[in-house]
Design a binder for this molecule. Structure first.
Ligand code: 5FX
Length: 541
């Protein structure tokens, strides 16, 4: 007999969007209620928006240290992204919440009158056509910029030294940090700066477009400016005054990273048929967002082994130092995270691989396995690019078991030395920032090198904690935005709770106690050699 009452059709799931205004692309991920991927789109600035003539999404200055990106290019990327989604028949009406992230530290300067334009966007026109003339500084300084050394020293002087800047803002003054970038713009483009109505971070610029109004800067990305007091979660007036006049008003009031800012602007409702109830949440920086995307929990450490290596640590107590950055935690604003960015990551490992292992990872792994943990006491530091941690070192420095400087190791020893040297230094720097491995610690790994099992085993042994990998998290930052959108919509009180159904990590390497002991014994030697190396460099400057 035919079923007269077919089961009711299941309502289509809600969708949650995560944007990432990254250095080279504008990316978007849509996930559903089960946290499953629904859509993924990317607009590549160099190829999709050729008219802006960027290389890697940026314009490099002739001085070799200045880097900017046109704010109007990011606006056009949003237009193009929505047009592509529309072409694909994307169900905008099912989106209930939107969040995202952006490259950290970059700043966008809105010209007087821009807020009115944002509030009354005409849905028959593109965002680009309406906003092209609305920036007082057309080219936004971005994180690669290192042209503000003078402004950094001025800030450190105004605040009584780098230690005080670090203690209050989470980091000593860094060239790419936004306060120093704003100071330079104010000094060098004063008449344009004076026409500025509001300054956004790249991250808060994104939700400003979606809200049709200025979006608040979130605590976590705000911690990358050298302006926010990471303890009181308010701007530090001395830092503001040292960078530019009237900054408190120009920056607006900061907000927790997991917060709802309002509903989507009518522009998107009319032009793309979003629901008028769709929530717009704060965006954060790409690194904090990656912490959310990797679902880091108390005690965990995330390691991204990419072109450059990045470590995120969950911290309960902030202990900012002159090395590394402490940020307010994006998923729990009563906690903190540490961020350690190394310039010499995969590129350096690849350089060694090409030199000694015939450009083959397979051979590299075999050679690594042919040597003993601890490398017979040999320790190497490999900085093919000028490093940020420790700051300013360049070159390769090799020491034998008696700490005597040597020119070369055997090819096999070189391979083990680069892996062990890089990973032990990471542990040392993390410990310095107050991080302790505990019995629940998981090391969550992403990035290209997460496929090199030999490297992951050394990582587990150095830290004395199990290593987990998660397939398909290539886009952790973007995914973090979608997770935050889901969390703010469903259960803002518990990020982990809102994400219980997310895919599980795979246990990839377990530490071996006796090998961990070898590294524990070696660590003080590495620390002493690194500090001697630094004082040697500082003395010879
Ligand atoms: C972090 O401090 C950085 O400068 C970079 O990782 C940028 O966030 C890259 F987008």
């Amino acid at each position: 007999m035919a079923n007269e009452n077919p089961p009711p059709k299941k309502a289509a799931s809600n969708l949650y969007l995560g944007f990432d205004i990254s250095t080279q692309q504008l990316k978007l991920i849509a996930i559903d209620d089960n946290l499953e991927l629904h859509t993924e789109v990317a607009i590549e600035y160099d190829n999709d928006l050729k008219e802006f003539n960027t290389s890697g999404g940026l314009h490099a200055g002739a001085d070799g240290v200045s880097y900017t990106a046109p704010a109007a290019m990011w606006v056009k990327a949003f237009d193009l992204m929505f047009a592509r989604l529309e072409e694909r028949g994307f169900p905008f009406g099912r989106v209930v919440s939107v969040s995202g992230c952006g490259q950290q530290h970059g700043s966008v300067y809105w010209k007087e009158g821009a807020q009115k334009v944002l509030q009354s966007l005409d849905s028959s026109k593109s965002l680009y056509d309406q906003l092209i003339d609305r920036f007082s500084i057309a080219n936004s300084p971005v994180w690669k910029d290192a042209s503000t050394t003078r402004q950094c020293r001025m800030l450190e002087e105004a605040m009584n030294g780098p230690e005080v800047v670090a203690k209050i803002t989470g980091s000593r003054a860094y060239e790419r940090f936004t306060g120093n970038q704003i100071a330079k713009i104010c000094q060098e483009h004063n008449s344009d700066f004076k026409q500025t109505e509001r300054i956004s971070l790249v991250s808060s610029f994104g939700p400003s477009l979606l809200l049709g109004d200025y979006a608040s800067i979130d605590y976590s990305d705000g911690s990358g400016m050298n302006l926010l007091d990471i303890h009181t979660k308010d701007w530090n007036q001395t830092a503001l005054d040292a960078c530019a006049p009237g900054l408190r008003k120009l920056l607006g009031v900061p907000t927790p990273s997991c917060s709802m800012l309002g509903t989507i602007s009518n522009y998107f409702v009319q032009r793309y048929h979003f629901s008028a109830d769709c929530k717009v949440c704060a965006f954060t920086g790409d690194n904090p967002s990656a912490l959310a995307g990797m679902r880091l929990q108390q005690g965990d450490i995330a390691v991204s082994l990419g072109t450059s290596d990045t470590l995120f640590l969950w911290l309960d107590e902030p202990k900012p130092q002159l090395v590394g950055h402490v940020l307010i935690n994006p998923v729990d604003s009563s906690a903190y995270m540490a961020l350690l960015c190394y310039k010499n990551g995969s590129m350096t490992r690849e350089w060694i691989r090409d030199k000694y292992a015939d450009k083959s990872w397979e051979k590299f792994e075999k050679m690594l396995a042919s040597t003993q943990p601890g490398n017979g006491g040999n320790i190497g530091f490999y900085f093919t690019d000028t490093e940020i941690i420790p700051v300013g070192v360049k070159g390769c420095f090799k020491f034998d078991k008696d700490d005597k400087k040597v020119e070369d190791f055997s090819p096999e020893e070189e391979i083990r030395a680069v892996v062990e040297g890089q990973l032990m230094a990471k542990l040392s720097h993390a410990q310095h920032l107050g991080y302790h491995v505990n019995s629940n610690t998981r090391i969550l790994v992403t990035g290209g090198a997460s496929e090199n099992i030999g490297i992951l085993q050394v990582l587990a042994d150095v830290f004395g904690a199990p290593v987990y990998t998660l397939g398909g998290t290539k886009n952790a930052a973007c995914l973090g935005g979608a997770y935050i959108a889901k969390c703010v919509y469903t259960d803002p009180s518990s990020f982990a709770g809102a994400l219980q159904t997310a895919p599980q990590y795979t246990l990839t390497a377990q530490p071996v106690a006796s090998v961990h002991q070898v590294y524990k014994d070696m660590l003080p030697r590495l620390q002493k050699l690194e500090s001697d190396l630094l004082s040697h460099i500082n003395d010879s400057e």
